[in-house]
Design a protein around this ligand. Structure first.
Ligand SMILES: [Zn+2]
Length: 421
């Protein structure tokens, strides 16, 4: 009887080490289980089997000291650890919700030896105070896997992406690639896309983000547009998207929002105005003078993100062209578009007026790049040039297999009900 109990105890100990394995060891298979060795689990360079492992997430308001205190490290040592770690990582910057791991002694003291914190899925911080105190950052190995996807639009692109459990970033990237050529707010039922893209993984299974879209295909109103990402300057790492004829998918901005106008005031950060006591009043726009009622055009395709009346701006419209560029048009007599509208280059968005803070009829044209106002007359704006002649044969060689590959991706017909809005 005594012998039997010992075997049972042995089993229990083994089982607790094999945490996570399926519980397939009911009575009758004792011999087999006893022979099985616990699997060696290595993570962050530590053999976890040698420790009592505590995995948790930082709670709101919880400090490094509290965590270590709970894991049997005394305050004098916590202080020393915090001081030693200071140069590598400020322990006050632990963020609630982020995972951490404590490796503690397996003996009865259960004293923490190592603290591992993961500010994001790729990076980790190790504070090892087993003997001396060592702090270091590490990065998990990121593997890039080429993936394929396709979809048919039932109501929106993001829905077609998300219905399939694909990363929503793909929808944003596609919207950017085709920002100058497709109106994503007016997609039609039956529009469809195919993609070849890179996805990043750690530990082979955990997705940590999207890399480049290598090739894309989008059919809008029965017109297919291919997009291939091609490096045009490997030294400067310049790449861009071109179609199957080596034409760029970008479009140039119009030089001016009004036809037959003259510039009455340029972008000038050091402008002085008499009216304001000759003080510097930077002018971050370009003024185009024209008669009241002259049509104002959008200088590129985009989505209206603001259309309203406000203070010195008067009636104004702001248009987002892609994730980099937006333009804004001030002092309109009347606006012709509303927030959410998609406009094409040259579309009339309003008429010249004198609303807001202005001395005469003009449109103040403001140009935004990455959230900052710049001078469009000096800025190097996206060119709409095709690939250089000298690169063309390389390009066609490069896209040949990609085009064949993308053409072979079957269309996925997950039909989602057409959204009513
Ligand atoms: Zn102005």
């Amino acid at each position: 009887m005594k012998k039997f109990i010992i075997i049972i105890l042995g089993l229990l100990v083994l089982q607790s080490c094999k945490k996570g394995d399926a519980e397939n060891n009911e009575s009758g298979e004792q011999a087999e289980i006893i022979e099985e060795k616990p699997k060696i689990i290595e993570e962050f360079g530590f053999i976890l089997n040698n420790y009592k492992v505590i995995k948790d997430t930082i709670r709101s308001g919880e400090s490094f000291g509290e965590i270590l205190d709970r894991n049997h490290v005394d305050y004098a040592e916590i202080y020393k650890i915090a001081e030693a770690a200071k140069d590598t990582f400020d322990i006050r910057k632990l963020r609630a919700g982020k995972p951490y791991m404590i490796l503690a002694k397996k003996d009865s003291t259960e004293k923490a030896q190592v603290f591992i914190y993961q500010p994001n899925k790729v990076e980790y911080l190790i504070v090892d105070f087993t003997d001396s105190i060592q702090t270091k950052f590490g990065r998990k190995e990121v593997k890039i896997v080429t993936k394929k996807a396709s979809g048919i639009i039932a109501s929106s692109l993001s829905e077609a992406i998300e219905k399939q459990g694909l990363n929503y970033i793909l929808a944003l990237e596609m919207a950017d690639i085709y920002a100058w050529t497709i109106d994503f707010h007016h997609l039609q039922k039956g529009d469809n896309f195919k993609l070849i893209y890179e996805e990043k993984f750690i530990n082979d299974t955990v997705p940590v983000g999207i890399g480049n879209i290598t090739a894309a295909f989008f059919e809008h109103k029965n017109t297919p547009i291919y997009a291939f990402n091609f490096v045009t300057d490997s030294v400067k790492k310049v790449n861009d998207y071109y179609d199957e004829n080596a034409k760029t998918l970008r479009r140039k901005f119009l030089k001016a929002p009004i036809k037959f106008s003259r510039i009455s005031s340029r972008y000038n950060l050091k402008r002085r105005i008499k009216y304001y006591g000759n003080r510097i009043r930077p002018h971050r726009g370009t003024d185009f003078a024209a008669g009241i009622g002259t049509p104002i055009m959008s200088t590129a395709n985009g989505t209206v993100i603001e259309s309203r009346y406000r203070g010195g701006n008067g009636n104004y419209v702001k248009i987002k062209h892609n994730s980099t560029y937006s333009t804004q048009y001030l002092h309109m007599k009347k606006r012709a578009v509303k927030k959410g509208d998609y406009v094409k280059q040259g579309d009339v968005i309003g008429w010249v007026g004198m609303t807001g803070n202005t001395a005469g009829p003009h449109v103040c044209y403001r140009f935004w790049k990455n959230g900052k106002q710049v001078d469009p007359l000096r800025e190097k704006l996206p060119s709409a040039e095709p690939i250089k002649e000298s690169l063309k044969s390389d390009y066609f060689e490069y896209i040949k297999p990609l085009k064949a590959e993308i053409d072979q991706i079957p269309s996925i017909t997950i039909e989602a009900p057409l959204a009513v809005n």
